[in-house]
Design a protein around this ligand. Structure first.
Ligand code: BGC
Length: 815
């Protein structure tokens, strides 16, 4: 094995502009570490440091991908060294990321496209509900169905690789600019969502990419700053370093990626920022150690766009594909070269890089390709995407592309109806008094807010315009709408069935002005529907947790003269809703980013065609300042390495923090109302295995890690009853409280089970939750193992993280 030092030096020889930190340190003083390092442990467990883990593990697939690996080996055996170099290096072309075709081997290349809610650079594609919306459904089937439908669209457009789904950011900070692209501020729920999404994409024949790995929790300073942006040289500041300890890594941030690997995800995208001092795309502990060794990942690691900061150092640390590669960030930075490409050929030729590592990179790239049968009848890239691709326009291409097949294919199918159903089922009812909802065919309706109507400045890519309803956030995670059902249109359509009068005011400044009451005509409406929006986008963190465009003042104003004010939010996530207790605000509905069927889906909920069953995937506190772990937004010094963010809160993010510190919140994690009511009774817990051991049996690693961690060891059942008058769905949730013998810092309650269940009025059903070994273990930093602590666990099942109806105890390991 090459020593880390020699790797470092050789990479510097290869690419002199590389900032090759393959084993990083955040530079924090020893005293600041959260615990004393025991003598017999290695640096592995230290907070804020990243030990070297080499060499990069080879693909070992002998399970589901065995026959694909054989094909990949045959393919590899036919490649020249130059072809190998370009198999691992992106190039300008029709897609957001491209691997060149090799016609002599019948390899059509790889087309990589964003993103998590749509195939973004495409015409005639659907804009699905955002990740945060889908997660609000707490519905495994919905999550699978969404990804499968998206996968069909990626495939139809000729994209082998979908740059989705997102588990980083997880939602450490309420202010994170990209939280909405991911799922929930909880590793368990996000883990389930990752697994279902990956299965959905890959069952549709498209490679999924679990991104952004790892601890990518803020947008501010996610990339380095340069004195010369044209050539990406002369670093002013390195990107922010996310510094966290080993336990937090395992129990929060790595957790959902473990689910992703277990679901056989084809690819993992490493993130932009530094991790414990070393760039995430060249952090050998994260890539070689955690991902490939501990979790047994068999696919390939691709860089985020421009996230590669060295050649051989990154390759040895576990990076398998440089994106977008080619000529750097293409049109953006035309003079910046790739650290891969020709440099890889040189490194192999001069002995700096062993060709066996390059071969493994290619096997990792091609095995999922064959496993998903992408060599057989995969549609060609739709040329219309090339014409829409502003990232690498044709002028930047180095080769011609051979396009075949129809131009501008319509891949939407009947997905509009799926999106409409999903968005309705994911809508969260937060408040409902005086039977305000569902609406009972009101005859006079007033609609307020700049979020209610048509987008007045186009909607090919969502931007934060003043006028128009918000169906998605911004950046690479957005979508290109082909149509948009707005709330106002959908309300008009529905109200016309009742012969109702609909009046509307879309100018927030007017609505909050004193002129407004005089504009009523002919008399007070039966219901005032206020639509508010909150923008978030890639590249920026949120500055506040209020709704945008003076939304809070708009509500206060309408509620001051309308005693049946119903507020609907279209938001990236957390809003603090300071008017929630106003007596005239009779209902509050959080619809997040619902996608193209926004209006139709919200009308179904408002009128009761769909009984809302969404649950919060995060906590709504009373004030923005109640949240811990804000993004690091500034530093007071000028050192190149000085952007550091310390995950000092450790496991205490979102509800774990509020619970541990007994802080009252407005609406807790897991909360959501229905038009009916549910009761939970008769909890039973049964061990599924005899003689449970504290640590898992040592077994050969499979994708996801030690299979013993995924073994179900308890079954908990409850009886669930719809005690109301109408059919509805609900989500019983199971939270685990660890015994006192668990290490300090263990959160009081942790989600470890949930199930979406639909029941007719009066219907009763038994619901089971299987607890896996990982669910009741903590990560022991000393033994580097998942451990079940001794003593009694409390198992609580209820309607949210703070509304438990049934409690029992289990004692897997007697004290
Ligand atoms: C984003 C990725 C995205 C890539 C390609 C990056 O800036 O972080 O999520 O897939 O661009 O558009």
């Amino acid at each position: 094995m090459a020593s880390p030092r020699s790797i470092l030096l050789s990479s510097l020889l290869l690419a002199s502009s590389a900032t090759a930190q393959d084993f990083g340190s955040s530079g924090r003083s020893e005293e600041a570490f959260s615990y004393i390092q025991p003598e017999n442990t290695t640096i592995l467990t230290q907070y804020g440091s990243s030990p070297a883990v080499y060499p990069s593990p080879n693909i070992t697939s002998d399970g589901t991908w065995a026959s694909a690996l054989v094909k990949a080996k045959d393919f590899l055996s036919l490649l020249t060294l130059e072809e190998k170099a370009y198999m691992v290096t992106g190039a300008p072309g029709p897609c957001v990321g491209n691997i060149y075709p090799i016609p002599r081997l019948n390899f059509s290349g790889l087309c990589l496209q964003d993103g998590p809610l749509s195939i973004r650079v495409a015409d005639y594609a659907s804009v699905f509900e955002a990740g945060v919306t889908a997660a609000s459904s707490w519905d495994r089937k919905l999550l699978y169905e969404r990804a499968y439908a998206m996968g069909e669209e990626f495939k139809g457009k000729g994209a082998q690789v979908a740059l989705a789904p997102v588990a980083g950011p997880l939602g450490r900070s309420a202010y994170g600019g990209r939280n909405w692209e991911g799922f929930a501020a909880d590793p368990y729920l996000t883990g389930v969502a990752m697994e279902e999404s990956i299965k959905g994409f890959q069952d549709a024949g498209v490679q999924a990419t679990a991104k952004h790995y790892i601890a990518n929790e803020q947008e501010t300073m996610r990339n380095p700053e340069y004195n010369d942006n044209a050539t990406l040289t002369d670093v002013l500041y390195e990107a922010v370093s996310a510094n966290l300890d080993d336990r937090t890594m395992h129990e929060l941030y790595l957790w959902p990626f473990a689910n992703a690997v277990r679901a056989n995800v084809a690819s993992v995208m490493c993130s932009y920022q530094r991790l414990n001092g070393s760039y995430a795309c060249q952090n050998s502990k994260a890539l070689n150690g955690l991902l490939k060794e501990e979790l047994g990942f068999q696919g390939y690691v691709m860089s985020d766009w421009g996230g590669t900061h060295s050649g051989v150092a990154a390759i040895e640390a576990g990076l398998d594909m440089d994106m977008p590669g080619g000529i750097g960030m293409y049109g953006l930075y035309p003079e910046a070269g790739s650290f891969f490409g020709g440099n890889v050929t040189t490194a192999v030729n001069n002995g700096t890089l062993d060709v066996s590592r390059l071969d493994d990179m290619i096997l990792r790239i091609m095995t999922p390709y064959y496993a998903l049968n992408q060599d057989v009848d995969f549609p060609s890239v739709d040329e219309s995407g090339a014409d829409l691709n502003t990232f690498s326009p044709r002028s930047t291409w180095l080769r011609d592309w051979n396009f075949t097949g129809e131009y501008g294919r319509d891949v939407r199918g009947d997905h509009g109806s799926i999106i409409r159903r999903h968005a309705a089922e994911a809508t969260i009812l937060l408040k409902n008094v005086n039977n305000a909802l569902p609406l009972k065919a009101p005859k006079i309706i007033a609609v307020f807010g700049n979020d209610a109507g048509d987008d007045t400045q186009g909607f090919l890519n969502q931007v934060d315009f003043e006028y128009g309803t918000l169906s998605a956030g911004g950046g690479s995670g957005t979508g290109r709408l082909t149509y948009l059902s707005t709330p106002l249109n959908a309300i008009n359509n529905r109200a016309s069935q009742d012969g109702a009068l609909v009046q509307y005011w879309l100018n927030n400044t007017l609505i909050e002005s004193s002129e407004m009451p005089a504009l009523w005509n002919p008399k007070t409406p039966e219901v005032c529907l206020v639509f508010l929006k909150t923008w978030a986008e890639e590249g920026a963190d949120r500055e506040h947790l209020s709704t945008d465009w003076n939304g809070d003042d708009v509500v206060e104003s309408v509620a001051s003269y309308c005693n049946n004010t119903v507020v609907i939010t279209h938001s990236s996530g957390i809003n603090t809703l300071p008017w929630a207790d106003h007596e005239n605000v009779t209902a509050i509905v959080a619809a997040h980013y619902p996608g193209q069927e926004s209006g139709n889906s919200i009308v179904e909920v408002l009128y009761g065609d769909v009984n809302p069953s969404g649950r919060l995937p995060y906590t709504i506190a009373f004030n923005g300042t109640d949240y811990n772990a804000p993004p690091t937004t500034g530093i007071n010094s000028t050192g190149v390495e000085d952007w550091q963010t310390w995950f000092d809160e450790k496991l205490e993010i979102d509800y774990r923090y509020f619970d541990a510190n007994n802080i009252s919140v407005r609406y807790e994690f897991g909360f959501g109302l229905s038009y009916t009511t549910f009761a939970i009774s008769d909890i039973q817990a049964e061990a599924l295995v005899d003689d449970i051991t504290a640590t898992p049996e040592a077994q050969a690693t499979v994708p996801g890690g030690n299979p013993a961690l995924w073994e179900s060891i308890y079954n908990v059942t409850v009886s669930l009853n719809n005690t109301g008058d109408v059919c509805g769905a609900t989500v019983p949730q199971l939270y685990v409280t660890f015994p006192d013998s668990a290490p300090a810092g263990t959160p009081p309650y942790q989600l470890r089970g949930f199930e979406k269940v639909t029941l007719e009025a009066g219907e009763c059903q038994t619901v089971s939750f299987e607890l896996m070994r990982r669910d009741i273990s903590y990560w022991d930093i000393i033994s580097q193992e998942w451990v079940i602590p001794q003593g009694d666990f409390t198992i609580s099942v209820g309607h949210s993280s703070r509304d438990f109806e049934q409690v029992t105890t289990i004692t897997p390991i007697a004290a």
